[in-house]
Design a protein around this ligand. Sequence first.
Ligand code: UTP
Length: 470
Amino acid sequence: MKTLDELKATAERHGHGHLFRFFHELNDAEKAKLHEQVSAVEFEVVNKLVDDFVKSTAPVASAADLKPAPVVPLPTTDEQRQAARGARAAGDEAFRRGRIACFLVAGGQGTRLGLNGPKGAFKIGPITDRTLFHIHAEKILALRRRYNAGVPWLIMTSDANDAETKAFFATHNYFGLGADTVRIFKQANMPAVGRDGTILMASKAEIALSPNGHGGSIKALHDSGSTAWLREHGVDTLFYFQVDNCLTQIGDPTFIGWHLLGGSKMSSKACRKRDWKEKVGVFGVIDGKLNVVEYSDLPESAARETLPDGSLKWWAGSIAIHVIDLGFIEQLNKGGFQLPYHKAEKAVACIGADGAPLALKSGEKNGIKFETFVFDALAQAERTVNVEASREDDFSPVKNADGDDSPMTAKRDMQEMYARWLGAAGTSIPRKADGTLDCTIEISPLTSLEGENLAGVAPAKIAPGAAVLL
Ligand code: UTP
């Protein structure tokens, strides 16, 4: 680490000397903390972002440059079903050989849900109140049992929730997975800047920092020694997923098989958008490279475009489920961190030049945060594969406190999936006049991962209003 004088000079040279404005007022612990925070700031990177995004506007991809991306469809013909069975066999085999690890990104701040603490600790089980972390853990335990394989679990956290996440796992005895098989590590931070491009201070002793986006996972996997650790464990392929999607078919062997058979470096699941307005990025090819175009970057006229059969042209929404080749992650880290940053205008709690907290007007976005997105790695992958997923089986995220993508819709979608599984196993399911379920259902991933193993345990009939826990 640089000495204080060196660090002050560096900050000064880059136009951020104000970071030390109140240094003389701090106690020793605060001084040490600020010294550490400023040491971690990459001033060249921040100033380049300020030049690109604050002082000018970075160009947004135009829809005219974009072509729809090829997607392996959900199988509807015999030929497609046979191909899917081949992919499944390849995925099963990779699991049995111990080649697969699961990788959860859980460093986000969950601001829309309005939570304090890790989103994974959110209770979502319709009957048991199982948390998101618990459900994910049981899926991984079920995979280990099914394939008699190690299936390590990596979890990326951030300063915002690392200590609480580790404590949560320790308190719950790692949900029976074994502490040495669950590797929890932190992503890096980026400072937020004000409208004038200078780094904001959260207090006299702290920079306004926030996690560097889920794209930071590519760097954090490397910097934390996790890529080397995975190699030691014989893993060469990662199943990537997000903490808030309670339906994710973690380790879906068919998806992994498509990735492996396609010689892909990074593969993605795509869901049909609910409607043109749904706030998900869409897959598109620009200059021969696969991209996910953020919903905010796709003009409304393009988002509304339809094909002759009336379906959306830009139907393939990204649901942030990927399979990534470990060698590709190593390659992305060779020349330093290579993913581009995006800007997000946000309300950032900070102090003013006089050291007092800045009073923000309601809705005022005084700051700019910089984030990287994992899907930007797709454009650098030599080969990619996209596979269509069905929303009912794979995507119901908990993003908002109410409305769409909320705890209410997640619980509803989980139970509808369980009802489909039970229905297929012969159970008669009660419904209300409006078609919604007239019962409560929860099935542990340890009982069934994808509707299998229910023949002997599914009841013949569920009474209206009853609760069924399997
Ligand atoms: P979101 O973009 O939904 O962000 O993250 P969020 O932080 O969970 O929620 P909001 O936007 O503050 O309401 C999608 C996934 O990426 C992870 C999140 O934990 C979630 O699993 N993520 C996001 C990170 O791991 N690090 C980040 O810096 C950002």
